[in-house]
Design a protein around this ligand. Structure first.
Ligand code: NAD
Length: 444
């Protein structure tokens, strides 16, 4: 792979700043801390961390709104910091006492619900700096840009032209990931793409090829495999005497009223693309690659909720020969999204089960009493942090990544195969042909 465009790209960061961001990873920041981070970010921007803001960004500043918000945040933080006897990190950077370390400057494309949350995840990363935001919804772009004190755009190509970023985080509707990623790669930007990587394998291949061609790195955000439960299941499967896994069942029944782009197959892909995708990746993480897929859809009972299936059942055969099944439906009030997706695993001489309701992992060897481990939590926070720090380490120091575009592609392959199977009534073998037709057009 070609050398990172970051090779000579360092900015000065103060120890105080690093400590404040690392501290923020361990507690919920108060207003004062948030203002401090924002103030330092603004000072960096003033020193020229970005090239030129978009016409929209200039307009926002010219009408006063943007500059007022930014100025207020900056001066409050400086004043309050100084009242507490805490120096301003950027002043120190100018006057000495600094350490120099590389920083990954990232721009966010997609200022919706998860894009907004992604800014908080980036804040927790000592090596990553948010430097711009884009969203086709001008109001959302402006709101998040102003809130984070960074320039904003309404078009990702304009951001790529004008924002001095090393990487982009793609946090938009699934149907748009391909074009944004291909453009970002062509512009020499590394890519963190939220799951689901894209809607078709053809799009995923385009993204992987674009990254390879232009020598940039591409990570896909399948965080579930890093949550405590996934690690605990993996540990349990390693129990002496259990033998090989033979079969797995994942029950993804929960109650949730879906809104926004998730309701439309053309933007989202289908129920599996949002409610099953994390578990498809976790299954790969635990049991290896899938060899074939067979799927059926349940009756469409609630057209007012979405234009996708209300229930889907997927049978998987892994390359190891083990079999698996995954059922998903969102009309099951006995569980939430958080308490769904329990695992039952049959092994040669026993079994492992994960119950997300009480966070227990039970390992049961034949002729022995069961061993039960209760997790303290199954919070995604550590998983998000691990993804993001791995992305920074991959780009900045070429350390091995925890997830790549290939992981995203393999997942989409399984999803597309499931819908293809449901449309044709046949088992679908993997890998899929790159130009395999979109199965959705055949689904009612
Ligand atoms: N890893 C996780 O735990 C997790 C959780 C939630 C969402 N996500 C993922 O995050 C992504 C976004 O989900 P969300 O819940 O924030 O959706 P959302 O609808 O709240 O936000 C999507 C945003 O993208 C913008 N957008 C659409 N097309 C665009 C384009 N071409 N250029 C720029 N902006 C564009 C929309 O205007 C919207 O503001 C999806 O890929 C989703 O699967 C991941």
């Amino acid at each position: 792979m070609a050398p990172s465009p970051l090779a000579n790209n360092h900015i000065l960061r103060t120890r105080e700043h690093e400590e404040s961001k690392s501290a923020a990873a361990h507690h919920v920041p108060g207003e004062l801390e948030k203002l401090a981070v924002r103030g330092r970010r603004l000072a960096r921007l003033c020193r020229g961390c970005h090239r030129s803001p978009s016409p929209l960004g200039i307009a926002a500043t010219a009408d006063g709104a943007g500059s007022r918000i930014l100025h207020a945040a900056s001066s409050r933080s400086d004043a309050e910091l100084s009242a507490r006897g805490v120096g301003n990190g950027d002043d120190q950077a100018v006057s000495g006492g600094v350490s120099e370390s590389p920083c990954l400057r990232i721009a966010l494309v997609g200022a919706g619900g998860f894009g907004t949350y992604t800014c908080e995840l980036i804040d927790r990363q000592p090596e990553i700096e948010l430097v711009g935001v884009a969203d086709t919804d001008a109001g959302k772009a402006q709101r998040l840009g102003n809130d984070r004190g960074v320039p904003f755009w309404t078009e990702h190509r304009a951001l790529l032209d004008e924002c001095d970023c090393d990487a982009v985080a793609i946090v938009t509707t699934h149907s748009t990931h391909r074009d944004i990623a291909v453009d970002a790669a062509a512009a020499g930007r590394h890519i963190f793409c939220e799951k689901t990587m894209a809607i078709t394998v053809a799009d995923c291949h385009d993204m992987v090829e674009a990254a390879d061609t232009h020598g940039v790195k591409l990570m896909v955000g399948h965080k579930r495999r890093f949550r405590p439960a996934s690690a605990a299941i993996r540990r349990a499967l390693g129990t002496d005497g259990l033998g090989r896994p033979l079969a797995v069942n994942v029950r993804g029944f929960f109650g949730r009223r879906i809104t926004g782009f998730w309701r439309e197959r053309s933007l989202c892909g289908g129920l599996l693309y949002w409610a099953g995708v994390h578990d498809v990746d976790t299954l790969r993480y635990l049991f290896g690659e899938v060899a074939s897929v067979y799927a059926v859809l349940g009756p469409k009972a609630r057209p007012e909720v979405s234009d996708q299936e209300d229930a889907i059942s997927v049978a998987l055969t892994f390359q190891s020969g083990m079999v698996g099944s995954l059922q998903v439906s969102t009309f099951y009030p006995m569980a939430t999204y958080q308490t769904a997706f329990g695992f039952d695993i049959v092994c040669e001489r026993g079994g492992v089960s994960y119950n997300p309701h009480d966070l227990t992992i039970t390992t049961h060897l034949e002729d022995q009493p069961p061993g039960v481990v209760r997790l303290e939590h199954n919070s995604p926070d550590g998983a998000y942090d691990r993804e993001w720090s791995s992305f920074a380490a991959w780009v900045l120091r070429d350390e091995a990544p925890v997830l790549t575009g290939q992981d995203g592609l393999r997942c989409v392959e399984i999803l597309q195969a499931a819908y293809l199977s449901a449309a044709t009534g046949t088992r679908v073998d993997l890998p899929l042909d790159r130009n395999e037709r979109r199965p959705f057009d055949d689904l009612s």
